[in-house]
Design a protein around this ligand. Structure first.
Ligand code: ATP
Length: 245
């Protein structure tokens, strides 16, 4: 299913990205792209380096080389707080909602850098509520008292509040019951339907193929395959499953 796809209007372009922790590289010469309005999955087994790629994009990897561009501008060297201000939003693995805070407070904390613009904040809140009616219904409840699936939607909403050019989601299905995964899949399809640029890190191939336009497979810190979700038949799935072990 290998095919190289390039376009001028990319939200994210990564070239020659290598890096890691301490003295060892855990990702090696990685190149991939997320087009404007495209949902792309980065699939791979435990330890393949998926979270490390996301950390590099957020400016959180201690050591790295290569180019990371958002809408054509190199973000190398920018501090994480600058990257998080409207360039890249992250839904971290495990959601990490603020405890002791209501759903709405969690959302508002995600939109800190637009808070002075109350009209924009209200608009962003409304866009979260439109996408996730359950989040609006429980807006006054304590966020961490919600079910896992509901919390995941709050975490995605909190990320949306920063109004990012690129949305990163790190294994959103992790630890969720099958029904909650179905709801999450539908929610992500609605998000994708809004022409957002999304990079979804997942171990669940079925979910990634339902949500994304294209997939890349990461194994031992290298991109080993890529393709369009619609073109990946049974054979392609078997190949991805083999990589995922
Ligand atoms: P998972 O699905 O388990 O989260 P992953 O594909 O996201 O896996 P990473 O978390 O990126 O993988 O880890 C890639 C490699 O980097 C692993 O070998 C891991 O042990 C190592 N690693 C991750 N974080 C650190 C760290 N803070 N210090 C040192 N090594 C790390």
């Amino acid at each position: 299913m290998s095919e190289h796809i390039g376009a001028a209007s990319d939200t994210l372009t990564i070239e020659g990205l290598s890096g890691g922790y301490d003295r060892f590289d855990v990702i090696h010469d990685i190149a991939f792209r997320v087009g404007a309005g495209e949902a792309v999955a980065l699939l791979g087994p435990n330890g393949a380096g998926k979270t490390t790629v996301l950390r590099a994009i957020m400016g959180l990897l201690p050591r790295r080389r290569g180019r990371i561009e958002i809408e054509g501008s190199d973000i190398a060297g920018l501090p994480t707080r600058r990257i998080a201000r409207g360039l890249v939003g992250l839904v971290p693995e495990g959601r990490r909602l603020f405890t002791g805070q209501s759903v709405e407070d969690n959302l508002r904390l995600g939109g800190m850098h637009v808070r002075r613009d109350t009209a924009r904040t209200q608009e962003l809140l409304q866009s979260v509520f439109d996408l996730f009616p359950v989040v609006e219904r429980y807006r006054a409840r304590e966020a961490t008292a919600l079910s896992g699936g509901e919390q995941q939607m709050v975490a995605i909403g909190r990320m949306m509040m920063s109004d990012p050019a690129l949305m990163l989601l790190d294994e959103p299905s992790l630890g969720l019951a099958p029904l909650a995964i179905q709801d999450l899949t539908k929610a992500l399809q609605r998000l994708r339907g809004q022409n957002r640029s999304i990079l979804l890190v997942e171990q669940r191939v079925d979910m990634a193929l339902e949500v994304c336009d294209r997939v890349y497979v990461l194994s031992e810190g290298r991109i080993v395959d890529e393709g369009r979700a619609a073109d990946i038949g049974a054979e392609g799935r078997a190949l991805i499953d083999a990589y995922l072990g």
